[in-house]
Design a protein around this ligand. Structure first.
Ligand code: GDP
Ligand code: MG
Length: 750
């Protein structure tokens, strides 16, 4: 049985490239330490099996070069020359490729089979370096294997390659030839031919390599040549002297200095081809941008300008589409009105479905453009800067810089969602900070509250829409921070933990990325509107319809309506009294509907709460909507829509078209259509005022999180805190609105 020779592998590399780490990975506990024959420095070696082959690894001293100046370098070089290992495994630090490959190049010039082990790939990645393996392998003419020695990543592949390379029939010494420039190349040619015809031990040292070392004035090679080949020494010396003189006059540098430069030049070119520093370049640009945007004086103004710009953009861009949708739902309503028989089903479709869903979907364009703007901020990397800018402020409120992200995601820049916001606190290490952050995240202007705000702002503050929205967002931040401070002072005391903020590089957002992000979020909003909200709208519509009025009361209303009808029928067409009677008819119907709603389940609940809610400006209809809002905040809007459609819009749509309508009347019809939109309805309702609108916005902002958020809070920090969040937020919202509404009234604002 013939014993297969072990594969002898020399492990080489710069100091700190990870040689020892790889050695330990390869050999485990099977390492031996001893003197290799002819080697004076103690040398480690280990032996192990892989795929049936025995592999023997010898750990060479870590060196930067293979000149014979230092003992370590000489040991490494002599081992390779004298022991002729089957191959060199050259460990390089990938995060410092160019410098590390200098030693690699020396091995390749010597010509022995080699594998370049790209170690510390994790560090290279962290630095944003992208190494093209193919180009590197082509450039050097060797196999390259990426690894992470400390984690053992890629080591199996490396072992396979070792066996492959060592088994190649052509695994013989094949020196790489790089150009040293015209002058030196010419001298190399002349001297190399003399070396080849000399008696030097060319079986151990390639002629070209001896020539290079001779030109570099390598002491060991010079000594060898003058001792073994005096004739060569005599004929080569003038060539070298002439070349050195020429280079000194033309380049003002030593021969070995120029040769070193040429090697680095080669590596630099290779590096440029094989290594891209995508993120590093971006890093530099990012740093330049950050010097401006994160400047202490500029940062806050830029941030506010960005938020203001976001709202301006949203309102401006979505205006036409909002109008189209409004007209569309109006058309749907009229079509249903004219084509369906009267009855509960018609009412459900008209008031529950078209009114409720239309109210929600009508805001889809606003949401879409808001998300588009937010996507641009996120994708560009500015969102991370927002966290950075606000960090200092946050510390004052007993929170962590990372908390900023939870609040921003939760709607810190309007349009987020408390659910991912609550989940984003998982990165917070301090449990108390985390609880405080979770409890205040639902106070932000999340996407579901936005339609309510947008409607009220459009109805009551149409002059200053962007400004009021911005004020509302600022108020959300203020409330969140003050509440966090209160929580951190009284319920969850403790110092904030220190931490480091990351600033990812800026990127130009792509159009498709922004559209995709905006679409994803808008679609999830629409899906929500189409499912949960429709379901809740129907449940609430049922609550608002049943139980119906007691028979005697209903009969009384019917009697009054019939009496008015009779009077109308008796009146001649075009008479002055007719208009007054029509008005009377509408008033009766309104009174009946109002009584019906008030008598319903929802009405009773809303009415029961009215004594309390009056103090903050809400009547029972608003209370109904707020009760619905526990399910999902969007429901506040759709319920308001339904309840107001029921109690004040009756009759308007059922008026027959008047063929003889004058232009003025047609204009009135159009106005009538506008009034039918909820915002206008509220604005024209004497029970409403800008102060009441503010109170409602603040209440919606702060009161109980939607029930999905409550569930998530329970999952994250326990049921106890979930219940606390639900109850405490509602009481808290009531108290704040009490101050706002009562204070505002005292100041004569309503
Ligand atoms: P040597 O001087 O070439 O023997 O290098 P060592 O094996 O002693 O490694 C030098 C340092 O780099 C040690 O702190 C190692 O833990 C670390 N190191 C080695 N390989 C890797 C790697 O792949 N990734 C990272 N992140 N660190 C490494
Ligand atoms: Mg070491």
């Amino acid at each position: 049985m013939s014993e297969v020779k072990p594969i002898v592998v020399a492990l080489a590399g710069n100091p700190n490239a990870g040689k020892t780490s790889l050695f330990n990975r390869l050999t485990g506990l099977r390492a031996h330490v001893g003197n290799y024959p002819g080697v004076t420095v103690e040398q480690k070696w280990g032996q192990f099996e892989h795929k049936g082959r025995t592999i023997k690894v010898v750990d060479l001293p870590g060196t930067y070069s293979l000149n014979s100046y230092s003992l370590d370098e000489r040991v490494a070089r002599d081992f390779i020359i004298n022991e002729r290992p089957d191959l060199v495994v050259d460990v390089v630090d990938s995060s410092n490729l160019e410098r590390n490959l200098y030693l690699t190049l020396q091995f390749l010039e010597l010509g022995l089979p080699a594998i370049v082990t790209l170690n510390m790939m994790d560090m290279a990645e962290a630095k944003g370096l992208n190494i093209n393996l193919k180009k590197l392998e082509q450039g050097l003419g060797v196999t390259a294997v990426p690894i992470v020695a400390t984690q053992g990543k890629g080591v199996e592949v490396l072992l396979d390659r070792i066996i492959e390379v060592a088994s190649e029939p052509e695994a013989q010494w094949k020196p790489i030839k790089i150009s040293y420039g015209h002058d030196i190349d010419e001298a190399i040619k002349q001297i190399q031919s003399r070396v080849e015809s000399s008696t030097l031990p060319l079986d151990r040292m390639p002629a070209r390599w001896l020539t290079l070392k001779y030109l570099e004035s390598d002491p060991a090679v010079e000594k060898l040549i003058s001792a073994e080949a005096p004739a060569l020494s005599a004929s080569a010396a003038p060539i070298k002297t002439r070349l050195a003189g020429h280079l000194r006059t033309t380049l003002d540098d030593d021969l070995d200095g120029v040769m070193t430069d040429r090697r680095y030049g080669f590596l630099s070119g290779l590096n440029r081809q094989a290594v891209t520093r995508v993120r590093r370049d971006k890093r530099e640009i990012s740093d330049a941008i950050d010097r401006v945007l994160l400047n202490r004086l500029i940062a806050p103004f830029f941030f506010l300008a960005v938020v203001y710009g976001l709202y301006q953009f949203t309102f401006w861009a979505s205006e036409p589409a909002v109008g189209w949708l409004e007209s569309f739902f109006e058309f749907l309503g009229e079509t249903t009105e004219n084509n369906m028989a009267d009855g509960p089903l018609k009412n459900l479709i008209l008031e529950g479905l078209i009114g409720g869903v239309g109210g929600v979907l009508g805001f889809a364009p606003l949401i879409a453009f808001m998300f588009m703007g937010i996507s641009i901020l996120e994708d560009s990397g500015y969102m991370a800067r927002v966290a950075f800018i606000l960090d200092r402020i946050f510390r004052a409120f007993g929170l962590h810089g990372n908390s900023v992200m939870a609040l921003v995601v939760g709607g810190g820049i309007a349009g987020g969602c408390a659910i991912p916001g609550v989940m984003a606190t998982r990165t917070l290490r301090d449990p108390k900070e985390r609880i405080a952050t979770i409890l205040v995240t639902p106070f932000m202007t999340c996407g579901a509250k936005l339609p309510v705000f947008l409607m009220l702002v459009a109805a009551f503050f149409s002059e200053n829409q962007a400004l009021v929205m911005m004020g509302l967002t600022s108020f959300a931040w203020l409330i969140a921070l003050v509440s966090a401070k209160l929580l951190r002072t009284f319920l969850l005391p403790g110092e904030p933990a220190p931490f480091v903020l990351e600033l990812p590089p800026y990127r130009m957002p792509t159009v498709s990325g922004v559209l995709l992000h905006a679409w994803e979020r808008t679609w999830s909003y629409i899906k929500k509107a189409g499912t949960i909200i429709v379901a809740v709208t129907i449940v609430i519509w049922l609550m608002m319809t049943f139980p119906s009025l007691p028979e005697d009361r209903q009969a009384a209303f019917d009697e009054r309506a019939a009496a008015v009808e009779a009077l109308i029928a008796a009146e001649p067409e075009g008479s002055a009294a007719l208009a007054a009677l029509e008005e009377e008819k509408t008033a009766v119907k309104l009174e009946a509907d109002s009584a019906t709603l008030r008598n319903s389940l929802a009405g009773r609940l809303g009415s029961a709460l009215e004594p309390l809610s009056r103090l903050i400006g809400f009547d029972w209809r608003t209370n109904i909507a707020l009760v619905g809002g526990f399910a999902a905040k969007e429901v506040v809007l759709s319920t308001l829509g339904t309840s107001y459609a029921m109690s004040s819009d009756a009759g308007a749509a059922s008026q027959p078209d008047d063929d003889s309508a004058t232009p003025a009347e047609e204009e009135e019809d159009e106005e009538d259509a506008l009034i039918r939109s909820l915002g206008a309805k509220l604005a024209s309702d004497p029970a409403w005022s800008p102060l009441a609108a503010v109170s409602l916005m603040v209440f919606v902002l702060i009161y109980a999180p939607c029930f999905v958020t409550i569930v998530v809070i329970g999952k994250e920090i326990g049921a106890k805190w979930a219940v606390f969040s639900l109850l405490a937020s509602t009481v808290y919202a009531y108290l704040i609105c009490l101050v706002i509404f009562q204070g505002g009234q005292a100041l004569g604002l309503a």
